[in-house]
Design a protein around this ligand. Structure first.
Ligand SMILES: NC(=O)c1ccc[n+]([C@@H]2O[C@H](COP(=O)([O-])OP(=O)(O)OC[C@H]3O[C@@H](n4cnc5c(N)ncnc54)[C@H](OP(=O)(O)O)[C@@H]3O)[C@@H](O)[C@H]2O)c1
Length: 414
């Protein structure tokens, strides 16, 4: 078939239906350029592997985008996955999601715990329950993928506690969670490869310095997002130092490691950019998987930064500035303390009001019951009265009848 066709083209020239070869060349080059750009923007592929069977991984944001891909890949390798989700584990969507993930990865060890990162109290409830477990629970990895981004032009939002939403979910919540989980991280055996993985974003480079508070007047979604990411990086470095400084009871060095990851621009619900410039979520998860699986990352100090499956330098000096970290740590501790106190008071007042309402409702019900009883007794008595009257009337009428009969009899006898 191809030989006669080639001969035909050679003898007669191209058939009339055949597209213009110049046009074909142009279209081919354009397609090639698109394919090459897409390949380039898709980034590096992780080739590192290590055994994950039996390892316990806590992950926030594990039901969407890069986090969902990471959870899937780690579950596929046998890790026990605890998804920290905004939804309660009883939520039908979440139940179905976990069932599906278990089936796809052939791994039954996938669970969910409710941790709404916009709620400091909810974070505390989960984290204290985790650290109160005796003996201490195994913990190999914490991946902090949850994230929110107000779209450009969007309104400044605040949590119930009055904290700007991106600052709360992208930074303060992680500060709070890691702060409470710190004893559980440090209690892991010396030879356990414990990693805390913090995804970040190149937007941190353009953030205003943390020493400059972001006033409501100057607030823009871009500045606030970048600032929350920078804060997370500064805190991550400080948390690594906090872990390193721990004196283990066995005298051995503290080994948990914080690893930062820039996944690159990825097509996820939180990201809206042109298709060509975005990675797929599976490709976006590659550097994160490298951070989770690469063996060499446990050598040397923690606090490394991974991009395209390679270690890179931070683009800002203030990420490792100890004075800035100290100020951020102290200010965050204070903000959490004050916010929790205020919310605690609101909760206590709400509880008191609910209890009083419940008490009042109970008393009202009691009064209603007593009323109903009194009414029933009254009705019973009235019925008896009526019955008694009827009986008396019957007796009277019987008496009159017998009297009448007696009179008639007497009359007849006379
Ligand atoms: N995508 C990118 O282009 C890109 C680029 C650079 C860096 N990154 C970084 O990569 C990480 C993952 O990004 P992504 O784009 O994959 O995220 P995403 O798809 O937008 O998912 C965000 C996740 O965060 C969860 N979340 C939001 N608010 C929460 C709350 N209050 N409590 C608990 N969970 C909450 C969401 O849960 P619900 O589903 O319940 O809302 C969702 O699972 C982020 O740290 C991001 O900064 C992403």
């Amino acid at each position: 078939m191809p030989i006669p066709l080639v001969k035909h083209i050679y003898d007669e020239g191209l058939p009339s239906w055949f597209p213009d070869p110049y046009l074909l060349l142009k279209a081919g080059s354009a397609l090639g350029a698109v394919a090459m750009t897409k390949r380039y923007t898709s980034g590096a592929i992780n080739t590192s592997e290590r055994k994950m069977h039996g390892r316990v991984v806590l992950i926030t944001g594990g039901t969407s985008g890069i986090g969902a891909e990471a959870a899937y890949e780690l579950a596929l390798r046998g890790a026990q996955i605890v998804l920290l989700t905004r939804l309660p584990p009883s939520d039908p969507w979440l139940i179905e999601y976990i069932d599906d993930l278990r089936e796809k990865t052939n791994n039954e060890l996938i669970y969910a715990e409710q941790v709404d990162l916009s709620d400091l109290h909810n974070i505390r409830q989960f984290a204290t329950k985790w650290i109160d477990n005796a003996p201490p629970r195994r913990l190999d990895m914490i991946i902090l993928c949850a994230n929110i981004m107000t779209p450009p032009g969007g309104k400044r939002l605040e949590t119930e506690g009055g904290v700007e939403s991106m600052w709360q979910v992208n930074f303060l919540a992680n500060f709070h969670l890691l702060g409470i989980l710190s004893p559980a991280i440090r209690a892991q055996p010396f030879d356990r490869d414990v990693r805390i993985i913090i995804p970040t974003c190149s937007s941190y480079i353009a953030s205003p310095p943390l020493s400059q508070p972001l006033s409501k007047k100057d607030w823009t979604p871009r500045k606030a997002y970048a600032r929350s990411k920078l804060a997370m990086m500064v805190f991550g470095q400080a948390f690594q130092k906090h872990l390193d400084a721990y004196k283990r009871p066995d005298g051995l060095p503290s080994t948990p490691r914080v690893i930062f990851v820039d996944p690159g621009f990825t097509r996820t619900p939180g990201m809206r950019l042109a298709w060509l410039s975005l990675k797929s979520p599976a490709m976006g998860a590659q550097s994160l998987l490298f951070a989770a699986l690469e063996g060499s990352l446990v050598r040397g100090s923690g606090g490394k930064f991974i991009k395209e499956c390679h270690e890179v330098d931070f683009a800002r000096k203030d990420v490792t500035d100890e004075e800035i970290a100290k100020q951020l740590w102290e200010a965050s501790d204070k903000l959490i303390e004050n916010t929790e106190k205020e919310l605690g008071l609101v909760r206590a007042l709400k509880k008191k009001a609910e209890e009083e309402n419940a008490k009042a409702a109970k008393e009202a019900q009691k009064v209603e019951e007593i009323d109903a009883l009194v009414q029933a007794i009254k009705k019973g008595k009235e019925k008896e009265k009526i019955k008694g009257k009827a009986k008396d009337q019957e007796k009277d009428s019987r008496k009159t009848k017998s009297r009448k009969k007696g009179n008639a009899h007497d009359k007849a006898a006379t």
